[in-house]
Design a protein. Structure first.
Lengths: 289, 352
């Protein structure tokens, strides 16, 4: 492929790439521009820069952050808590399950594995209605509220994220030579020590992948939290808060767009820091899943 | 392990007995109908105590089996409670008059029969199918072209890739509202020919959902195509270059056949995700849009896809059993279509 491309074609390609980038990023730019304006300036000219001021942005932010339907810090805090807890537990329990499935060559292990794989095709809509009543009953039975609570929703994410997590991790663990574990058990390691001291450290790359995939899903998920937490509960995640907020403000675009801006910023900041990892994680997850 | 067996026996026994006591206490409270707040904590601590006790019990013969069971338990338990039990309960409820809390009678297939007599539901099935077809073609086409662009040697390619991927980071709810603003306030100002918002009539609102969806999803699929294209060996491309193949011939006769597995993955991903589309649908149009006459009825749910239809039937209209029956049909269609699609793709891959 050493044939040099003519300069004109390189320029043409570059121009196309720039145009597409502008198209893709345009809505984001609009969000930033218009969250610095008043409603009147937005309706008269949504693209122009007139009427923009930092003061207005601060005012909009202040209105949105303290709005009783939105409560940004509240929702943000719960979103972080729910996402982090779910991710840590999914990685740990997922790795444990995947390791047992790989190392235990019984009918049961195979059955569990195939049940997990088969369940990946089940759409959330099929289980969401009975899920609520099941969780209500389970919560009543064990004495821990499962609806409108953090433990409940983390538990639900464990159940729904488990299949994909186990599937990807199993594929990776199968590739780890068994000799390694045998050597460790000859040296006097108990099975659980073998797992935590030998296997788990080796899983770092694949756990990164799994965590990114699950994280993108859990952070942005709307339907599950809206069903389990309700629109007006104490516990709510960012997407639920955005939906509740916009529902209450019919056409106050400056506030709606400021809310959107606040909801977008955490993800964009994360992306700036871990761009490579996120993109690679998404690719690997798709190729393996 | 032998030397510490004596020192471990006592704590193990304490854990076991203590755990059992707590567990029984919690269950006793449960069945006696008491509603004290610490019941759940007792249950959990008791369970952990029993597991800990069994786990450090030194002389236990089946230590390995026990470790396996303990390792499997948390995820499997969550999986059974959140997926398996609701799945079968849901199947059962779809044959009753369940209202979300209880049911009073068994109605057989009445729910299933009823949904095929509901024009708005049939309309939802049709536009979902249309949406899936449009999306599979458009997302894959756009993503593939973007991938070709992004694999050619260009300055600043990393930036372009990242920015094309960016929309995929944001949840559908937020994106839907941003685009609602673009369609109803911005597009009408930029394009002078556009007098009304695209969201105000059913046909154009449907197109708007497709635009947003392609915008959001193409960047992700592009990344997968880039990975696929990068696996095409450089020697093969060089050989075709020497043989005098032009760019288009190389594309159709070498690149596309060689990335057939990637195409399978991408069509599968776009198919299932378009089929389950909910967030953008909810926040962009909320399923509104009028249809003058469909099967002899005036419809107001012109852009309501299946997932949203199910949600509205159950949660908004409070017809849980009916919604559940619809959800099962949804599941069956999705399963059939994805199995069929994988079969067809596998056959094609073999032929190539």
């Amino acid at each position: 492929m050493n044939r040099k491309e003519p300069t004109s074609r390189v320029i043409l390609k570059f121009v196309i790439a720039v145009i597409i980038a502008i198209y893709v990023l345009f809505p984001f730019a609009l969000v930033v521009i218009n969250s610095c304006k008043q409603t009147a300036d937005i309706t008269s000219n949504p693209i122009g820069l007139n009427g923009m001021s930092i003061g207005q942005l601060m005012k909009n932010m202040n209105d949105v952050v303290n709005n009783p339907n939105f409560l940004f810090w509240h929702a943000f805090g719960f979103s972080v808590l729910i996402t982090v807890l779910s991710l840590v537990l999914l990685a740990l329990f997922g790795a444990m399950t995947a390791w047992v499935i790989c190392r235990n060559k019984t009918k049961w292990a195979t059955l569990i594995y195939f049940t997990f794989i088969a369940s990946m095709i089940i759409p959330f809509q099929v289980v969401m209605l009975p899920l609520i009543s099941t969780f209500r009953d389970v919560g009543k039975f064990v004495g821990i509220p499962m609806l409108q609570s953090v433990p409940g929703i983390v538990f639900a994410y464990l159940g729904f994220g488990g299949a994909m997590t186990v599937f990807i991790l199993t594929g990776f663990i199968k590739g780890i030579p068994y000799d390694l574990e045998e050597a460790a058990s000859i040296d006097g390691c108990r099975p659980e020590q073998v797992f935590f001291k030998v296997i788990f450290p080796l899983l770092t790359p694949v756990i990164t992948t799994v965590t990114i995939l699950n994280g993108m899903w859990i952070w942005n998920d709307y339907l599950l939290p809206s069903m389990m937490l309700g629109q007006n509960g104490v516990v709510k995640t960012l997407p639920v808060a955005v939906q509740a907020f916009v529902g209450s403000y019919v056409k106050q675009w400056n506030l709606i767009l400021t809310a959107a801006l606040l909801a977008i910023i955490p993800m964009i900041v994360l992306f700036l820091f871990a761009q490579k990892q996120i993109m690679n994680g998404m690719i690997e997850g798709a190729v393996k899943g | 392990m032998k030397e510490d067996s004596g020192s471990k026996k006592l704590p193990a026994l304490i854990c076991l007995v203590g755990g059992a006591i707590l567990l029984i206490w919690a269950l006793a409270l449960d069945f006696s109908g008491s509603k004290v707040g610490y019941r759940g904590a007792l249950l959990v601590i008791g369970l952990i105590g029993i597991i800990m006790g069994l786990y450090i019990f030194p002389t236990l013969k089946y230590h390995r089996t026990l470790v396996y069971v303990v390792f499997l338990f948390p995820l499997l338990f969550a999986f059974v409670v959140t997926v398996i039990i609701p799945l079968f309960l849901g199947l059962f409820y779809s044959f009753t008059n369940w209202n979300g809390i209880r049911y009073t009678e068994f109605v057989g297939v009445a729910n299933y029969a009823r949904m095929f007599r509901q024009p708005s539901f049939i309309w939802s099935i049709l536009i979902t199918a249309l949406f899936v077809v449009f999306n599979m073609i458009l997302v894959n086409l756009v993503a593939f072209l973007l991938a070709l662009l992004c694999t050619s040697k260009l300055k600043g390619m990393g930036f372009f890739r990242a920015s094309y991927f960016l929309p995929n980071l944001i949840g559908g709810i937020v994106l839907g509202y941003i685009w609602q603003f673009v369609f109803s306030n911005v597009a009408t100002k930029i394009f002078s020919g556009m007098k009304y918002s695209m969201l105000s009539s059913t046909g154009t609102a449907f197109m708007a959902i497709i635009i947003v969806y392609v915008w959001q999803y193409a960047g992700y699929i592009m990344l997968i195509y880039i990975t696929g294209l990068n696996t095409v060996p450089a020697e093969v491309l060089e050989a075709s270059n020497i043989d005098g193949a032009n760019a288009i011939q190389t594309l159709f006769q070498i690149k596309i056949p060689m990335i057939a597995p990637t195409i399978t993955i991408c069509t599968f991903l776009t198919l299932t995700s378009a089929f389950k589309q909910f967030d953008v649908n909810l926040s962009l149009t909320n399923g509104t849009g009028s249809v003058a006459d469909f099967l002899g009825q005036y419809l107001t749910n012109g852009t309501q896809m299946l997932a949203l239809n199910i949600y509205n039937t159950a949660v908004v209209e409070n017809e849980y059993a009916f919604g559940q029956a619809k959800a099962f049909l949804f599941f069956i269609i999705l399963a059939c279509v994805s199995i069929l699609q994988v079969r067809i793709s596998n056959k094609k891959e073999v032929e190539l």
